[in-house]
Design a protein around this ligand. Structure first.
Ligand SMILES: Cc1cc2nc3c(=O)[nH]c(=O)nc-3n(C[C@H](O)[C@H](O)[C@H](O)COP(=O)(O)O)c2cc1C
Length: 309
């Protein structure tokens, strides 16, 4: 089984990727999306989103990282994809699932699931622009308001030359509301001939097994579940025990150290609070901590609290 750490804008940054891949169980990471509108972005944008490019596009634990692009213009996406690969990204992923209103309003993300023809054009232009052998993947939901175009969209992506398709088994309208419709993935798998990765609502080893059975997919992607339970990938692969709270707390302290000494100090309070929001689903202690830091605005105020718990 191959487990990918899901791209999560605003929370799975290079520091989170570093921590989670050190714990183990992940085979691949995908960056937060880089928004492409109407230009070739400067190299520094790629390095900022994916500092791992300085390390052969690997996390320090040696897990490959691929860049994700989000946009609607096939040519600009193609140019930026070529740049990502030239800088060393371990393959390239295209986002056709983002539900954010601002993104959808400018025809990016999940809204493109209304236009299989546009998906085809984007994937084929990107395919042409990247060197042969580049692993090109796309990540889609089952649809925008409904699943009526699920097959057409997957077929368009495959026909245009993608190697791999990640399916988040919900529509945009479903948002993040359970359940994820894993059985839909199995249906899509019958009509496309590329590798498929199943995603959505995997919070435990049992969920992973159920997802594999219902989706008929070996490979899975973990998002919020891996933030709630940092060693979820190991639990799934090796039957490991749930990481004790004390180790999680050490991770939180390490995260704060990284953020302060890295160049993202100003993001730290929000990112930490967001992470605690997921951790509290599995650890009651994280809920208590969340309440204690909720009103704090700087890392300097938050760190002593983390050290004291
Ligand atoms: C806060 C947040 C940010 C996300 N950012 C991205 C993103 O940048 N690109 C993307 O393709 N999906 C993004 N997603 C979707 C996840 O990758 C994943 O498909 C979704 O959370 C379902 O998986 P899960 O149930 O395991 O969390 C995001 C989800 C959340 C909750």
């Amino acid at each position: 089984m191959h487990i990918t750490l899901a791209p999560m804008e605003g929370v799975v940054d290079s520091l989170m990727r570093d921590m989670l891949t050190r714990i183990g169980g992940f085979d691949l990471c995908v960056t937060e999306f880089i928004r492409i509108v109407d230009q070739l972005l400067p190299k520094r944008v790629f390095y900022r989103t994916c500092p791992e490019l300085h390390n052969n596009s690997m996390t320090p634990a040696g897990v490959p990282v691929k860049i994700q692009l989000l946009g609607q213009d096939p040519n600009w996406l193609a140019e930026n994809a070529a740049r990502a690969i030239e800088l060393g990204s371990h393959g390239l992923d295209l986002n056709f699932g983002c539900p954010a209103k601002t993104v959808n309003k400018s025809r990016g993300g999940a809204i493109l699931l209304k236009e299989p023809e546009t998906l085809y054009q984007i994937v084929s232009e990107v395919r042409k622009a990247v060197p042969q052998g580049t692993i090109l993947s796309a990540k889609m939901r089952l649809g925008f308001n409904d699943t009526s175009l699920a097959f057409e969209n997957a077929q368009a992506i495959a026909a245009a030359g993608a190697d791999l398709l990640v399916i988040h088994a919900r529509t945009k309208l479903d948002g993040y509301k359970p359940p994820a419709y894993w059985n839909w993935i199995a249906e899509i798998k019958k009509v496309v001939d590329i590798n498929i990765v199943a995603n959505g609502e995997i919070w435990s080893a049992q969920d992973a097994v159920n997802c594999q059975i219902k989706s008929n997919c070996q490979d899975i992607m973990l998002g919020r579940g891996a933030l709630a339970l940092p060693n979820l990938a190991q639990i799934i692969k090796q039957g490991a025990a749930q990481m004790p709270w004390d180790e999680v707390r050490m991770l939180l302290v390490a995260y704060s150290g990284y953020e302060i000494f890295g160049d993202k100090g100003r993001y730290f309070p929000n990112r930490l609070k967001q992470w605690l929001g997921y951790l509290k689903l599995q650890y009651p202690q994280a809920g208590i901590l969340f309440n204690e830091v909720r009103a704090l605005k700087t890392a300097n105020e938050i760190i002593p609290v983390l050290n004291k718990v």
